[in-house]
Write a protein that binds this ligand. Sequence first.
Ligand SMILES: Cc1cc2nc3c(=O)[nH]c(=O)nc-3n(C[C@H](O)[C@H](O)[C@H](O)COP(=O)(O)OP(=O)(O)OC[C@H]3O[C@@H](n4cnc5c(N)ncnc54)[C@H](O)[C@@H]3O)c2cc1C
Length: 396
Amino acid sequence: MQLRDSEADADFRARARAWLADAVPTLAPEPDPTDWPARRTRDTQWQRLLFDAGYAGINWPAEYGGRGATPTEHLIFLEEANRAGAPDVGVGFVGQMHAGPTLIAEGTPEQQDHHLRGILTGDHVWCQGFSEPEAGSDLASLRTRAVRDGDHYVISGQKIWTSHAQVADYCEMLVRTDPEAPKHKGITWLIVPMDTPGIEVRPLVTVQGSAEFAELFLDEVRVPVTNRVGAENDGWRVANVTLSFERGTGFVGEMLETTRLHGELVRIARQTPRASGTAWDDVGLRREFGALAAELDALWAFTKRNVSAGERGGIPISGGSGFKLAYGALVHRLGDLALRVLDRASLSFDDIGGLPTGAQVHGKLHGFGVSTGGGTSQIQQNILAERVLGLPREAR
Ligand SMILES: Cc1cc2nc3c(=O)[nH]c(=O)nc-3n(C[C@H](O)[C@H](O)[C@H](O)COP(=O)(O)OP(=O)(O)OC[C@H]3O[C@@H](n4cnc5c(N)ncnc54)[C@H](O)[C@@H]3O)c2cc1C
């Protein structure tokens, strides 16, 4: 992959830009961030527009309904979509970024037929039921049981941090099918329809004031054996296929959004009065803005390198974990800078004085989610230390 567009890439960029310029203004205004049903409606409406225009599943193989575009084209589209102010993948995250790709890699033809199109059109929203109380970083400790009963698994247990569970149709769920086996060996990956009797969804409200995720309580939930992806007790391997998608490119859209927030913060700094002049007159502050801008550029180049390497043989561990670690740290620094610029305005979640200050406060708080979700920064450091640098493994 080149850091600059080839002639074909430039042509693809121009066509995408023209389409986005027409399509984005047709969308309904952004709903209240705490109104998840309305967000589902808007996100899936956007997904439908993408699908009808041939831009859904842009990096998915064409035989599975995707566009079959090159990784470079995928990044170009994400860049242009962000520039045009298009919605991020939103509630489509789990389906598009890892459930769909996992089904392509590991699902049966029936599972692929039933699910992939719905993910691409936006009709099917997915959530991820991996984490449990006491099984987050140490995911293989999960305890939710699934017992075989004829053609069904009967699931009982609890999940936590299940993003978008309130508006999801399906859940990619890890369950323990052999409690006697070593902890990594007795896990199975299941597709669980969220309207199955026995599932209770209890929303969890975040520090941002929105129920972005939920706890799931599972009481004898019956799921057909045909919903199993991969072999029984081989779920740990399948889960790692899923997680490789999440850590590889799952946060790219978010990173572009952070780049946009950086630009917005510069605009706010230029307009925020200080005793003399504006916040932008502070040389120290400007230097930090410059350093962060350079790091965002570097992270984008790193992303391109990861995607390029992924094209040849899957995103390397160092690429996925390195990106996640660096991006998580950067979001916190940008958030801290925002609070310094906003000063007392950072005490409010709302925009102040016609400036988009609210997004900066939300951005700062969201940083904690970025450095925790999908594997914490400490865990990424462990991965890099042990698996990439070959340092001694921690005692387990
Ligand atoms: C915004 C957000 C969305 C999420 N969405 C989902 C979702 O949709 N589905 C889902 O299944 N899960 C989801 N999660 C859960 C997420 O994957 C877990 O929060 C994460 O894996 C950490 O697990 P934990 O919260 O149990 O923390 P713990 O594992 O209890 O860790 C607590 C602290 O100890 C540190 N720590 C733990 N073990 C080690 C170690 N060996 N070495 C060094 N430090 C260590 C951790 O880094 C962390 O700082 C989400 C989380 C967030 C924040």
